[in-house]
Ligand binder design. Structure first.
Ligand SMILES: N[C@@H](CCC(=O)N[C@@H](CS)C(=O)NCC(=O)O)C(=O)O
Length: 310
């Protein structure tokens, strides 16, 4: 049997836009990865056994190390597989900040455009699930009403991309695809899957239209499949590889061994509790134990997540 204790195991579903972000990075880095398909709505018992309560998709697993959120997944891919780098052209780090635009403002622009359009096909279960996750009504009529305003917002943001690509460069920061491209592209994929007509106006944005094709053609790297149970067994028999590290610069004086909670600052704010193993300005890792998978270390980004003691 193949030893998968160091394999990239990717908890995802195919129509997940944030998964598409990471799948494009797999392509850029030429990686082999194992897709574990997770449900689109709760319950997700196998995922929660690994994460300790984080329910969002995607999650990456390597052995007994579990990476929650696309931002920390990309950072870990860059750390483990540095070549080719996601930092291309003059980018040394600013493209992480670009993700705060694409994951929030840009993503929230396309949501009403998509769900306003496909609203009548949304099931009651999906609606209830997303309401529980966001703490807000999932009101497809309101989204449909907002869609024209958002079409305007979408064009404004795509116009920035056309300006960036206007000198004929193939990718956003030059000759090679990188972090900026993956951060932007998945929003295009998301619109294409459910409401491609919303991008008809790209006829007037030829550089963006060609860039979108170019990124799509990169594909997803080499995908293999794995079951949820197999992924849990791999975590159970593996040992976390994260090394203890106290960050002297921790703004609130957190140290290894402290009991802490981590939660997303936007939606899906379920707190994840554990013992601090390692932290830095961009990363926090907590040790936790679960009856099904034993000891695991769960990793989160710092930007976009709140960390509290206890
Ligand atoms: N900040 C997160 C956002 C992830 C996210 O919103 N994922 C969506 C799917 S693409 C999700 O989890 N929706 C709820 C669900 O699938 O249960 C990230 O970058 O990974």
């Amino acid at each position: 049997m193949t030893d998968l204790s160091n394999a990239i195991i990717f908890h995802q579903y195919d129509i997940s836009p944030f998964s598409e972000k990471v799948r494009t990075a797999f392509a850029i880095k030429g990686l082999v990865w194992y897709a574990v398909n997770q449900p689109v709505i709760m319950p997700k018992p196998e995922l929660l056994a690994l994460t300790g309560g984080y329910r969002k998709i995607p999650v990456m697993q390597i052995g007994a190390d579990i990476y929650c959120d696309s931002q920390i997944i990309l950072r870990e891919l860059e750390r483990r597989f540095p070549t080719p780098s996601l930092h291309v052209g003059q980018d040394k780090g600013l493209s992480w900040g670009l993700g705060m635009w694409t994951d929030r403002t840009f993503f929230q622009t396309v949501i009403p455009i998509i769900f306003g359009y496909v609203g009548k096909h949304i099931t009651a279960e999906f609606k209830q699930d997303r309401e529980a996750m966001s703490g807000r009504p999932f009101d497809v009529a309101a989204m449909a009403a907002a869609a024209p305003l958002m079409a305007d917002q979408l064009r404004a943001q795509i116009d920035w991309l056309e300006a960036q690509l206007g000198d004929g460069r193939p990718f956003l920061l030059g000759e090679k695809p990188g972090l900026a491209d993956v951060n932007v592209y998945y929003n295009f994929a998301f619109v294409r899957w459910s409401h491609p007509g919303a991008l008809d106006f790209l006829k007037a944005y030829p550089h963006v239209a060609q860039w979108e094709e170019r990124i799509k053609e990169l594909g997803h790297g080499e995908r293999k499949e794995l079951s949820r149970e197999e992924a849990l067994d791999i975590a159970r028999y593996a040992t976390p590889t994260t090394v203890l590290h106290t960050d002297e610069g921790e703004p609130n004086g957190l140290k290894t061994g402290d009991k802490v909670s981590v939660m997303a600052d936007d939606y899906g704010r379920d707190p994840i509790r554990g013992e601090l193993v390692s932290s830095s300005a961009q990363h926090i890792a907590l040790k936790r134990t679960d009856p099904r998978v034993g000891e695991v270390v769960v990793h989160f980004p710092r930007a976009g997540f709140f960390v509290t003691k206890g």
